[in-house]
Design a binder for this molecule. Structure first.
Ligand code: FPP
Length: 248
């Protein structure tokens, strides 16, 4: 029985979020410059998108570039941005063909105009696709997102559009970059690091966490299947006794 056959298609995670870590270490272990690790990482991105679409996963979030990543050396930042643009240039047609909608979360105002324009164009071209929704976190950090939400809520409250006493979790969710997207059921992090690193802090409240030693460029379809199989063995209780889904 193949790994794929071990997956119960009636109990798939609706949303998988991935912290793609270990590109630099992969490159160093192969005696290469870090940037080659990122290049190889793009192949893993392709593999997990394909595997997710084939399985029938509804949402896939990928942490491609964090707010903190702006602090990396200029040549690494521009190489990462270059990879983003070339991937979008090469893959937009494939996304459309496979009915995949691209969307993004993050402080896009910080991106250079060429990256922003290419991203906006792919989001526009795939806007009507109704299969997998691919969420690329770019110039994203959860604290940035929550700070933005608080700022908007404060402004709407000051304008009298919101009543402070009535602000609840649903109202906060409406102001997050992920509005309309269900919380991740499963969060995967590669490379053996056991951290959340400012990724979807609000949204991961009840997610199942899966950590693997594999470095991102070595992560492929079978590794995604492994994670889904592990997820399906767990009992999700959402802080209750043994119910299957949260009340809300
Ligand atoms: C982490 O490895 C990876 C990143 C910061 C970037 C991930 C980006 C890609 C895989 C390419 C572009 C993405 C898309 C969606 C086309 P690291 O550099 O932190 O590795 P290290 O911890 O070993 O140094």
């Amino acid at each position: 029985m193949s790994l794929r056959q071990k997956i119960d298609s009636t109990r798939l995670p609706a949303h998988i979020a991935i912290i793609m870590d270990g590109n630099g270490r992969w490159a160093i272990r192969h005696g290469l410059d870090r940037i080659f690790g990122h290049q190889k990482g793009v192949e893993s991105v392709r593999a997990v998108i394909e595997a997710s679409a084939e399985l029938g996963i509804k949402y896939l979030s990928l942490y491609a570039f964090s707010t903190e990543n702006w602090g990396r050396p200029d040549d690494e930042v521009s190489a990462l941005m270059g990879l983003m643009v070339s991937s979008l240039n090469n893959e937009t047609e494939t996304l459309i063909k496979n009915n995949i909608r691209l969307t993004s979360i993050g402080d896009l105002a910080r991106l250079t105009p060429d990256v922003r324009e290419r991203l906006n164009e792919t989001m526009r071209l795939t806007g009507a696709c109704s299969g997998l929704t691919l969420i690329v976190a770019l110039s994203y950090s959860s604290r940035w997102e929550i700070t933005e939400a608080v700022r908007k809520i404060a402004a709407e409250t000051a304008e009298g559009k919101l009543n402070a006493a009535l602000i609840d979790e649903a109202e906060i969710e409406k102001h997050l970059a992920t509005r309309g997207i269900p919380d991740p059921d499963l969060m995967i992090r590669t490379s053996g690091e056991l951290r959340i690193s400012n990724f979807l802090l609000w949204q991961l409240a009840y997610s199942e966490l899966y950590f693997t030693e594999k470095l991102w460029p070595d992560f492929g379809k079978e590794d995604l299947y492994d994670a889904v199989i592990d997820y399906q063995k767990r009992e999700r209780r959402f802080g209750k006794t043994n119910v299957r889904s949260p009340e809300k």
